[in-house]
Design a protein around this ligand. Structure first.
Ligand code: ZN
Length: 254
């Protein structure tokens, strides 16, 4: 059993036994870490509010060979208070966290990239310097890319030819050009503008996101393409996505 120290983001926190909590973290070095925080709900709780979801923390734990590690100390680095105090931002952050929690495992494969994606996304939500909708699509595209399951958007997935417009096929994992529409009857129409936006999101820096504006058509199509594909390949049921939908639809137009 060795003592490890790492920065981490809290993905999930549930009550356990009389006074403890089971907490799932994501870290750059170890990927997902699940641990028990003994006494985290007792009067003498040494963890404070560091175990709440979205928190950016410095975690100290005893690494054991079992699935559950023993959390020794957890210090708050950033509580992301602006996210917590805003229902819409909380809904977006919950979606990011749930996606990471459901698509990753322990172990260090790509964990640095995934950690930096989630930390950058939460920081952008906290400071609100990027439109949340743009940020969400950036997050989805980059996560798909890191996990190695990004669909083909720069050519026809069936024949490899260049595309000017097309239909998106979840089953084939990419865009079909006019000649190949028949290859998947469930494929749906996507405009060239949306295809180019997704290509841009695959390579663009965080710092350029604030300049990206989506028109109504792209906004609708991006949501349809990315959500259908994520549900098709990665996670069928995303509770946070239903919540996000409800919250954003309730939003009163300014
Ligand atoms: Zn084709």
């Amino acid at each position: 059993m060795s003592v490890q120290t790492t920065e981490a983001i809290v993905l999930r926190s549930t009550n356990f036994a009389e006074s403890s909590k089971i907490v799932t973290f994501y870290s750059p070095q170890f990927g997902k870490i699940k641990g028990i925080a003994k006494g985290a709900r007792s009067a003498k709780n040494k963890f404070g509010s560091s175990l709440e979801i979205f928190s950016h923390v410095i975690l100290v734990f005893y690494q054991k060979k079992t699935d559950i590690q023993l959390i020794s100390q957890c210090d708050l680095k950033n509580p992301f208070l602006n996210i917590r105090n805003d229902l819409i931002r909380t809904a977006y952050a919950s979606y990011f966290i749930e996606l990471i929690n459901k698509t990753t495992e322990g172990g260090a494969q790509d964990s640095e990239q995934i950690f930096s994606l989630i930390l950058n996304a939460l920081t952008a939500l906290e400071t609100a310097n990027v439109e949340s909708e743009v940020l969400a699509h950036f997050f989805e595209v980059r996560l798909l890319k890191i996990l190695g399951c990004i669909p083909v958007f720069d050519r026809c997935v069936n024949c490899g030819a260049k595309i000017t417009e097309g239909k998106f096929s979840c089953r084939l994992g990419g865009i079909l050009n006019n000649e190949c529409w028949g290859a998947d009857e469930s494929a749906f129409q996507v405009s060239l503008g949306t295809i180019l936006t997704i290509q841009h999101l695959q390579t663009s820096d965080f710092s350029n996101l604030s300049r990206l504006k989506l028109n109504k058509l792209s906004s609708k199509e991006l949501k349809l393409v990315l959500e259908s594909y994520i549900k098709y390949t990665l996670v069928k049921n995303l509770k946070s996505l239903e919540f996000l939908e409800k919250i954003t639809q309730m939003k009163v137009p300014l």
